[in-house]
Design a protein around this ligand. Sequence first.
Ligand code: ADP
Ligand code: MG
Length: 303
Amino acid sequence: MLKPFIEITGLTKRFPAQKGGEQLTVFENANFSIKKGEFVCIIGHSGCGKSTIMNILAGLDTPTEGGIIMGGKEISGPSLDRGVVFQNYSLLPWLSALKNVIFGVSARYPDWSRSKVIEHSQKYLEMVGLTGGAEHRKPAQLSGGMRQRVSIARAFAIRPKLLLLDEPFGALDALTRGTIQDELTRIWSGSEQTVFMITHDVDEAILLSDRILLMTNGPHARVAESVVVDIPRPRDRAEIIHKPAYYKIRNHLVEFLARRSKQLSGDRDHGGSPPITVRPGIDDADDKERRPENRPKLVSVAS
Ligand SMILES: Nc1ncnc2c1ncn2[C@@H]1O[C@H](COP(=O)(O)OP(=O)(O)O)[C@@H](O)[C@H]1O
Ligand SMILES: [Mg+2]
């Protein structure tokens, strides 16, 4: 069988005890994998360790135990193969929006001419709707939503093999969010990119992803389920909501977040088993039999 693109093995993160407190085990012995080209979302309540997993994937934090292999190599330190959009945007405050993007692009493509770098950077800023002079402003002179868009443009523009997105659309109004979600889908589907995205928006997760990982509440959180989103692409945000599979998946996610994330929390006896795969979108056998077209035909005997 083909090896997965990303293999997460025995991943554990503990933070040392604060004064008077206990050591905090965020998650312990997490095992899961991601295929090349997959779009995976991860959902879980605040504090369960989503950003910590992402920071380890980005190479900006190290696990206490275990490790991550990407493309056959152990992740150690950041790389331009992995582009990140952080929860708090983290732009360089002394550079304009455009120069923030240029900074990443010229590091990624050192052989490109200056004009090609600028043109490429501008294209991505346009894509997120940052034009008309806003691209020359510094982060402090931009709104939160605009800063987030610069951060998105910078990550997309370096076209990383793995795109890591930490609640990237949270500060955007609904209209801009929709546009940028569509751009993300377009960029991803025309590439070999793999996307790992944290979101708290279940509708966004269903619209965008192939698979949704569900985390239980921390401490001792774990990735309990891998929910397959088997809704064909391209997906249209107005049409998808009319599909029966959409509601089955949505209900499953909401149920998990409202109840099971808490019931399953603190489970320390999972033995590192990988998340169970769930396909709420597919009719189970009972369901199929109940559907009118599958009921045994009544043969008329009376005459
Ligand atoms: N540097 C740190 N030192 C101590 N505790 C931390 C540190 N960073 C995160 N934590 C704790 O680890 C847990 C997981 O944090 P985080 O990964 O940010 O969660 P999420 O992104 O799911 O909201 C939280 O309880 C948080 O308080
Ligand atoms: Mg977070």
